[in-house]
Write a protein that binds this ligand. Structure first.
Ligand SMILES: NC(=O)C1=CN([C@@H]2O[C@H](COP(=O)(O)OP(=O)(O)OC[C@H]3O[C@@H](n4cnc5c(N)ncnc54)[C@H](O)[C@@H]3O)[C@@H](O)[C@H]2O)[C@H](O)CC1
Ligand SMILES: [K+]
Length: 510
């Protein structure tokens, strides 16, 4: 499913109207009706005192349509209109008249205070004050009205996007409605999935409004749902044997940081890699040996961490692997930085670069475009800040564009971890993941994800698909873990749920 910016959602409306001949009034009718029909599953309109708060834009127009359908569903309805009615567009004006013709009371208010008696009495409030047309910081009486809506204990349903939320960034423009439900109309917007927009949105529902799918087929940002992932998963047929499911070599660990390497290996194991090897340093190997009988642990050179002179032997060893991962627990010694540089600039198959492997890449100023291999980088915001020179807040402000700009410029796959995780593709398109939860913000989750993505790539998937499936699966396993223990579940609990998550994806596909 596509994820749109404000400009893209406006373009979609325009294409629908001009190229497909769908009048604005039809889109608006579909929108207003969708809000009421999608909510039937979650609330009983019958007898509910419903106050529809309308602005003077098309979001308000949707609200006048919703008033009719809520009435039709048995609710007692009343419309509060705030703003200069002369600003209303033709469709919105028309639907106001329709509602009034049916005897639906429309109360024009200039001050938020006037709306107080109705709002505090409401069972349900439909928030149709401002949608994607938010122009700047919400000012004056509309801001006060939003704060009153948030203060009531009515069930709040936002039309298209919570009023006051900036569609492109998910940030409140001064203040924003805290909705219990938001019905996204025609497309899911970036503000619905970017933090804190995802909190203001509440439970996100989606409804098409008649815009043909073709209109958006080349839009660059897509949300990853199960139906996007299922077709990408390699089918494990009966005769499949470990050789077919690929060989992943994980160059990881150092003295005192053996755990990260083991967690990456564990992630690969439970994600179905055919064979998994951990290659580590002389001092770290004995600590790891035997922890997972299925994982071959070997070492190159002696000493506490990787050094440049180990690179030749490592590249020799790496010939046996289909995919390698570099980084979990390798440390930041300058010799290790040189080791990583040699590996990344000479290995010709797929490399997942993570954790201190990313630190090394930034320190050594590796020119990713000139590397012979297919790269997948998996930074969290801090590692990405070091790679790009952007600050963490600059990145969070434009997480989707920051990821896709970087992946396009460096012609690689970038997994920008966080809420939500964004996958930038070499051609500048991007995926936004829809699985995962706050319980996953703990040490070792990233190491595990490296192993999961490595396992997907080892099973023959392209770097883009490996990243998409790996991130989705990892988050889904985290959601399964959270079902039993909301917070405080261990990374290992998540890893052990990977096979169940994978089965859940393929089962539902049959
Ligand atoms: N375009 C279409 O074909 C369809 C759009 N749909 C709905 O329309 C809105 C977008 O409508 P738009 O007319 O562009 O503006 P809004 O109604 O979202 O907002 C304008 C409204 O808000 C007030 N306002 C704007 N900025 C501020 C501010 N900073 N402070 C206070 N008030 C502000 C302005 O005065 C107007 O009253 C979209 O979200 C959909 O809901 C249909 O769904 C489908 C057809
Ligand atoms: K709204």
């Amino acid at each position: 499913m596509i994820l749109t910016s404000t400009a893209e959602s406006r373009l979609l409306d325009k294409i629908a109207m001009t190229e497909y001949g769908l009048p604005e009034a039809v889109l608006m009718e579909n929108a207003g009706r969708a809000v009421v029909s999608r909510m039937r599953e979650f609330t009983d309109w019958e007898g509910a005192f419903t106050v529809i708060v309308c602005g003077t834009g098309n979001n308000g127009g949707d609200g006048f349509v919703s008033a009719r359908y809520a009435r039709g569903a048995g609710a007692r309805v009343l419309v509060i209109l705030m703003g200069d009615p002369s600003h209303m567009g033709e469709s919105a004006k028309m639907y106001r008249k329709t509602a009034e013709k049916m005897g639906i009371p429309v109360i024009e208010v200039m001050e938020a205070e006037e709306a107080v008696p109705y709002l505090y009495d409401a069972d349900i409030i439909i928030d149709s004050l401002i949608g994607t047309g938010l122009a700047s910081k919400v000012k004056g009486e509309k801001a006060a009205l939003i704060d009153i809506i948030n203060d009531t204990d009515a069930l709040v349903v936002s039309t298209d996007i919570p009023s006051g939320l900036v569609t492109d960034t998910g940030r409140p423009a001064g203040t924003a409605v805290n909705a219990d439900f938001t019905v996204a109309l025609g497309s899911v917007k970036r503000g619905h999935v970017l933090y804190p927009g995802s909190e203001h949105t509440g439970r996100l529902l989606f409804s098409p409004i008649g815009i043909p799918e073709e209109a958006s087929e080349d839009f660059p940002v897509r949300l990853l749902f199960r139906e996007d992932i299922a077709p990408l998963l390699p089918v494990r047929n009966q005769i499949s044997h470990k050789g077919k499911n690929g060989f992943l070599g994980i160059f990881a660990g150092s003295s005192g940081m053996e755990g990260a390497a083991l967690l990456a290996g564990q992630g690969a194991l439970y994600a179905g890699a055919g064979k998994t090897a951990i290659i580590t340093t002389g001092d770290a190997a004995p600590i790891m040996a035997g922890k997972f009988p299925e994982i071959m642990v070997s070492s190159i050179g002696n000493g506490p961490h990787f050094t440049e002179d180990m690179a030749e032997a490592a590249l020799e060893k790496a010939k046996a692997y289909d995919v390698i991962a570099i980084g979990p627990g390798i440390g930041r010694d300058e010799e290790t930085v040189k080791f990583v540089k040699k590996m990344v600039e000479n290995f010709e198959k797929t490399i997942i670069l993570d954790a201190d492997g990313l630190y090394a890449a930034a320190e050594a100023k590796i020119d990713f475009k000139s590397c012979p291999g297919r790269l997948i980088l998996t930074p969290h915001v801090g590692e990405f800040a070091r790679l790009t020179g952007l600050s963490a807040s600059e990145i969070e402000e434009k997480r989707i564009d920051a990821a896709s700009d970087f992946s396009k410029k460096n012609r690689l796959v970038l997994v920008l971890k966080g809420a939500p995780t964004v996958i930038g593709l070499p051609d500048g398109r991007s995926y936004v993941n829809t699985t995962g939860n706050p319980g996953m913000a703990t040490g070792g989750m990233g190491d595990t994800l490296t192993g999961v993505i490595g396992a997907m790539a080892a099973q023959g998937m392209s770097p883009s698909s490996s990243a998409a499936v790996g991130v989705y699966l990892h988050g889904l396993a985290g959601d399964l873990a959270a079902e039993t223990t909301p917070v405080g579940y261990r990374v290992t609990d998540l890893a052990r749920l990977l096979p169940k998550a994978r089965a859940q994806i393929t089962e539902m596909d049959e």
